[in-house]
Design a protein around this ligand. Structure first.
Ligand code: PLP
Length: 391
């Protein structure tokens, strides 16, 4: 029986990701025994550090298996507030200005649902992490895509943004270090964005999930630490990337208490709280040794250099140097195949999985071993040369 009539109309605003097709193809091939090098993954390839797992196991043994506060575990909120003050120079009250979330994804969704009215417009620097646009649409609001300036290292073009502001513009999303571009915005860029937000009375959603993954002297600066910004900024961050805890589903959002209150009312009826014992693991992540983090970032830094150098030497591929996160976004528009066809071609010819991104790019994640990345880059180079010879 045809059952489409049971699906809500709002779901027409939420397409399946185009990326899925490539993922499904990768899966099919692996099931047949083909060896594919994964450059499509958006997660660190390391295990969660042992001391974090131990803290979680200990919490289970101590019977920490019940609901926590809707705001999240008080011990974790305190640790997050301390971290935000010491590392990010932003002061939040752990009692009223912080919610521990089931990953940054939940914080994005709650933020849009609690703070956007239908018809509101949100400035989204593009290319961007796809969850923003989806959550904006589900909230009945409208993403206004503002192309990042690729010629200038994927920096925001503040003048262009300004020209897109209307009386309906309510929010601006900032993601630095950025997925998928790898850009890290300097203080001057953030100051220009902050000035624009203040002048136009905009809220800012600042997604800082890749905060620790910065290389070659790049510095992460929190939007809310800039003068006048804490009262209009939602600071989003989490444990997925920094501590290789994607499956634990723990993140947080910090903001003025009335905005937090609005988000909490959604949380009360959707997830109630994040998994109690996973939150104890996150306490250990923040309060114990950070050596694991430094080791992981050192590995990413080495891999970044390799991948950037190899991609830069490939003919007709243009690549901006990534300064953060663990992605690079080469422009492939000079090749004979568009991004989706190219991703399939690379799967066939180089045995590597990449993500087609928009009309001109593919995203490559270097969350894979140095050896695999060496092989992947070699395979890709040969495949691209063959493609150019034949076209
Ligand atoms: N924000 C960005 C920019 C991301 O790249 C991701 C995951 O890839 C997320 C948020 C979601 O992270 P979480 O696992 O905390 O939900």
């Amino acid at each position: 029986m045809e059952t489409n009539r049971f699906i809500a109309e709002r779901m027409e605003q939420v397409p399946f990701s185009k990326i899925r097709k490539v993922f499904e193809e990768v899966l099919r091939r692996e099931q047949k025994g083909e060896k594919i090098i994964h450059l499509e993954v958006g997660r660190p390839d390391f295990d969660t550090p042992d001391h974090i797992k131990e803290a979680c196991k200990d919490a289970l043994d101590r019977g920490q298996v019940h609901y926590t506060s809707n705001y999240g575990l008080p011990e974790l909120r305190k640790a997050v507030a301390k971290k935000l003050q010491v590392e990010n120079n932003i002061k939040y009250d752990p009692e009223t200005q912080l919610i521990i979330t089931s990953g940054v994804t939940e914080a994005i969704f709650m933020g849009m649902m609690a703070l956007l009215n239908p018809g509101d417009e949100v400035l989204v620097l593009t290319p961007c992490f796809p969850a923003y646009n989806t959550a904006i649409r589900i909230a009945g609001a409208k993403p206004i895509e503002v192309p990042l300036n690729e010629a200038d290292g994927f920096k925001p073009d503040v003048i262009k943004m300004q020209s897109l502001i209307t009386p309906r513009t309510r929010m601006l999303i900032v993601n630095t270090p950025c997925n998928p571009t790898g850009a890290v915005y300097d203080r001057s860029v953030l100051e220009a964005l902050a000035k624009m937000a203040i002048q136009n009375d905009l809220l800012v959603m600042s997604d800082e999930i890749y905060e620790k993954m910065v290389y070659n002297g790049a510095e992460h600066i929190s939007m809310a630490s800039l003068p006048g910004m804490a009262s209009r900024t939602l600071t989003l961050n989490g444990f997925s990337k920094n501590y290789s805890m994607t499956g634990w589903r723990i993140g947080y959002v910090a903001a003025p208490s009335n905005l937090i209150g609005a988000m909490l009312r959604i949380r009360q009826y959707v997830t109630v709280c994040p998994t109690s014992f996973a939150q104890w693991g996150a306490v250990a992540a923040l309060t114990e040794s950070q050596a694991c983090l430094q080791e992981m970032v050192a590995q990413f830094s080495r891999r970044r250099e390799l991948v950037y150098e190899k991609l830069s030497s490939m003919k007709n591929i243009h690549v901006c140097e990534p300064r953060g996160a663990f992605y690079v976004l080469p422009n492939v528009s000079k090749l004979a195949l568009g991004p989706t066809a190219l991703a399939h071609y690379l799967l066939d010819e180089a045995k590597i999985a990449v993500v087609p991104w928009g009309e001109a790019h593919i995203r490559i994640s270097y969350a894979n071993s140095y050896e695999n990345l060496q092989k992947a880059m070699q395979n890709m180079n040969s495949a691209i040369e063959r493609l150019q010879r034949s076209s």
